[in-house]
Unconditional design. Structure first.
Length: 389
């Protein structure tokens, strides 16, 4: 009966469902995109846990990696290593690759990381290589690199393939077997090779040094000593790196929640308007049902069910189209082919996120139906019968 009632005014019902669908599309597309970006940024903080990251003074650091800032001279590594309480000091050169083509990317195409040979685990931990792969040769003349699985899949690369960066041909020595957002888009190479590619010389070691504290010495103690003894550098603990980016992530999440709230409110107003029009047109039907002895709550439940169906149909169609929009946005702003994202659809828009949006959409529609349902159940039956018959 509820479906038949909705189909009485097909055009009006279709417009209402379309409105709910449109709001859901924006909620899913924006929500999934911002959630994935914040997840990627937070994922970067798993690196160098418990270590102190030393960067040039004034450098902009996103979690553990400098994205803007000066380079460090060779002497900094020796000075950091000599600081009391430092067990090891590993220099790194991190270069984020962007392509400014049709659009400005919000995420880098790749991340090149130069590390002294033998210290690969400082970055990748226990991440394994795919079978048949090996770590780059210490000899920079061989120009070998290890790449992430996402890059290998995108460009159909295998061990032994050639890649070109900074007008230099590099040989793929291994492929990382990882799901990490950063490592899967990384190019890892010997530090000296990275210095020649990006600096043209070895006067600068890179843009960060990872200092591991000795047992029994805290990050804070090591960071304070480094900043006190070495001029022109900042030593960041895990807590300090979190503090830098957390306000930004909080603002992004607040903005996302605000947009979703406005869209839900607009959907609610739309559903209330359509439901009130439907109730007004069916006063005679409701009065007749009451006159023949229908339960008092039947009319209330009927109107509520109709608005729930509008939310359900609009929510389902919006989730499908919104998921497609989310992977399209991700493809445009990362320059990664759309076909690669289809296989990772449920990683970008998780089933839990879909269920949450669907439940919220249906709940909003049900809440929107309360006012029209109360109006329908509280109408003056004798007056309606006199005016309609």
């Amino acid at each position: 009966m509820c479906l038949r009632n909705l189909l009485r005014r097909r055009f009006r019902t279709s417009l209402c469902i379309f409105g709910v669908c449109l709001a859901t599309i924006f909620i899913v597309a924006i929500g999934a995109t911002t959630t994935n970006y914040t997840t990627v940024i937070r994922d970067m903080n798993v690196f160098f846990g418990g270590d102190v990251v030393v960067v040039a003074e004034g450098a902009m650091v996103i979690q553990a990696f400098p994205v803007v800032g000066g380079n460090l001279p060779v002497s900094v590594v020796e000075k950091v290593q000599q600081v009391n309480g430092v067990k090891t000091a590993v220099p790194m050169l991190v270069q984020f690759g962007y392509q400014f083509e049709a659009v400005i990317q919000l995420a880098p195409t790749n991340v090149s990381v130069g590390i002294p040979p033998g210290n690969w685990s400082v970055l990748v931990g226990h991440t394994p290589l795919n079978p048949g792969g090996d770590w780059p040769s210490p000899d920079p003349g061989k120009k070998e690199v290890v790449i992430g699985s996402s890059l290998a899949k995108q460009y159909d690369l295998t061990v032994g393939s050639k890649v070109k960066t900074e007008n230099t041909n590099l040989t793929v020595a291994g492929i990382l077997d990882t799901r990490s957002a950063l490592l899967s888009r990384s190019i890892i190479l010997p530090l000296e090779l990275a210095q020649h590619l990006y600096y043209g010389h070895t006067m600068w070691i890179g843009n960060m040094v990872v200092a591991q504290p000795e047992e029994g010495v805290t990050e804070k103690e090591v960071a304070d000593r480094i900043e006190a003894e070495i001029l022109g550098v900042e030593a960041l603990t895990t807590h300090e790196r979190n503090e830098i980016v957390e306000p930004l992530l909080h603002d992004i999440e607040t903005w996302n929640n605000g947009i979703s709230g406005v869209l839900y409110l607009l959907s609610m107003v739309l559903v209330i308007t359509v439901a009130m029009m439907n109730v007004s047109e069916r006063r005679r039907d409701f009065a007749t049902l009451d006159a023949i002895g229908a339960p008092k709550g039947a009319i209330f439940r009927m109107v509520l069910t109709e608005t729930m169906l509008i939310g359900l149909l609009g929510g389902l169609s919006g989730i499908v189209l919104g998921s497609i929009a989310a992977i399209l946005i991700a493809s445009i702003y990362t320059n990664i082919p759309l076909s690669m994202f289809f296989f990772d659809l449920f990683n970008i828009v998780s089933p839990l996120f879909m269920m949450k949006i669907l439940a919220s959409t249906v709940a909003v529609s049900c809440v929107a139906g309360v006012i029209p349902a109360i109006a329908a159940s509280k109408m003056n039956i004798p007056e309606v019968l006199r005016s309609e018959y």
